[in-house]
Design a protein around this ligand. Sequence first.
Ligand code: SF4
Ligand code: SF4
Length: 130
Amino acid sequence: MVSVGPSGELCEKISEISGQNPFLCMQCGTCSASCTGIGVMDLLPRQVVRMVQLGRREALACRSIWVCSSCLACTTRCPRGIDIARLMEALRAINLRRGHEVLSPERIPAALLTEVPQMAVTCAFRKLSA
Ligand code: SF4
Ligand code: SF4
């Protein structure tokens, strides 16, 4: 069980899992401007990084971390060399280690399983299930 308490603990845990230093971010917004998933996100990637810097738990509860496709557009353009995709992944990992998943097998309608490609289902479970 991953414990994430107040203050800087969230940021510390994210740094540990991702190997990235969120405090390098200068809030330039290049990641947000580059993001391919921005249309379905509730927080801009820049805002997610800021939440992490501040140790705010909103970063763990936002939709953006789940819809991030790890396309790396943000990562390749960040002027500070931050791998934002890894930060997003670390936020998902903390949720999943706590059992907070967004896709549980029993909630998928059986009829859908006959229509969706098996590879898509496998990928979804790897990313979204605890
Ligand atoms: S591109 Fe990098 S430095 Fe700029 S806001 Fe995003 S994470 Fe921060
Ligand atoms: S890796 Fe995620 S946050 Fe970065 S540009 Fe792609 S979808 Fe957006």
